[in-house]
Design a binder for this molecule. Structure first.
Ligand SMILES: O=C1O[C@H](COP(=O)(O)O)[C@@H](O)[C@H](O)[C@H]1O
Length: 232
C-alpha cells in the first residue's frame, strides 16, 4: 500500500497536526459505532504529541487506548511505555479514556503475552488508529532485527494478538502486537523525527530484506495506507 509523507517545520507543528488528525478519526469512529480505539508507541518521540492530544475535546470515555509494544517491566519502571502514556496522554481530558496495558504481572513474558492477548481481544478490530515509531535500526513496535520471534511477528497469517520478542537491541524482553494486528488500522501513522530517522526511512524504502529493517513490512505490506509524519 502507498505511503504519504507529511513534513513539518517543527516537532510542535507536527504534534498539533497529528493530534488534530487523530482526534478527528477517533470522533468519527465514536459517531459511527459509539466507541474508538488507538494503539500508540513508546520511546522518546511521541511525548509532545501525547500532551497535545490529551487536551483535545473528544468523548474520551468512549476511547480505548493501548500500546503497540511494551517492555516486560511493571508500570512504575522508568523504561515502561505504560508510564510514558500515563504521564503524557492519560492526562487532561484524556484522563477519562480506558487504558489496556500489555504488561501483565505474570511469572514469564510468554504468560504475560497470553494474558495480554485475551485482554486486548475485547478491543474492537481493526484499530481505528495505530501510531508507530521507528528506531535507528529500522525496528517498529518490537519487531527488532534479529528478534527471537521476528518471522512469526511479521507473518501476515499470524493471528492478531501479542507475542514476545527478545533481541540484542531491545534491552528487556518485549511484548508486541503482531503485524496482522496493526497493519489494517483505519488510520495507520508512522511518526518519526530528526534527519537521522529520515535517512533510516530512505534506506528502508529501498530494496533489502524485511528482517534487516522490519519497518519494511509495514511500508510494503500494510493493507492501509501509511501516513508518515516527520519533523526535523
Ligand atoms: O523501543 C521502542 O522504540 C521505538 C522508537 O523509539 P524512539 O525513542 O526512537 O522514538 C518505539 O516506536 C517503540 O514503541 C519502543 O518500544
Amino acid at each position: 500500500m502507498a505511503s504519504t509523507l507529511h513534513s513539518f517545520a517543527s516537532a510542535a507543528d507536527l504534534a498539533d497536526s497529528l493530534a488534530d488528525k487523530v482526534a478527528t478519526t477517533l470522533s468519527a469512529a465514536i459517531a459511527a459505532r459509539g466507541a474508538a480505539s488507538i494503539a500508540v508507541s513508546g520511546g522518546s518521540t511521541p511525548k509532545v504529541f501525547f500532551q497535545v492530544l490529551s487536551t483535545h475535546d473528544i468523548a474520551w470515555d468512549k476511547v480505548t487506548i493501548t500500546l503497540v509494544d511494551e517492555r516486560f517491566v511493571p508500570a512504575d519502571n522508568a523504561r515502561s511505555n505504560h508510564l510514558l502514556v500515563d504521564a503524557n496522554l492519560l492526562q487532561n481530558k484524556a484522563k477519562a479514556a480506558r487504558f489496556v496495558p500489555l504488561y501483565q504481572p505474570a511469572a514469564s513474558v510468554e504468560e504475560a503475552a497470553r494474558l495480554a492477548t485475551v485482554k486486548s481481544a475485547e478491543i474492537g478490530i481493526p484499530f481505528d488508529v495505530v501510531i508507530l515509531g521507528m528506531g535507528g535500526d529500522g525496528h517498529t513496535a518490537s519487531f527488532f532485527p534479529g528478534g527471537s520471534n521476528l518471522a512469526e511477528a511479521l507473518d501476515a497469517s499470524t493471528p492478531r494478538g501479542i507475542i514476545t520478542m527478545e533481541a540484542e537491541g531491545a534491552g528487556e524482553p518485549r511484548l508486541t502486537f503482531t503485524f496482522s494486528s496493526l497493519q489494517d488500522a483505519a488510520l495507520l501513522v508512522l511518526h518519526i523525527e530528526g534527519e537521522g530517522k529520515k535517512d533510516v526511512l530512505a534506506k528502508a524504502e529501498g530494496s533489502g530484506d524485511e528482517a534487516e529493517m522490519p519497518i519494511r513490512a509495514i511500508l510494503r505490506r500494510a493493507t492501509s495506507p501509511v501516513e508518515i509524519y516527520w519533523a526535523p
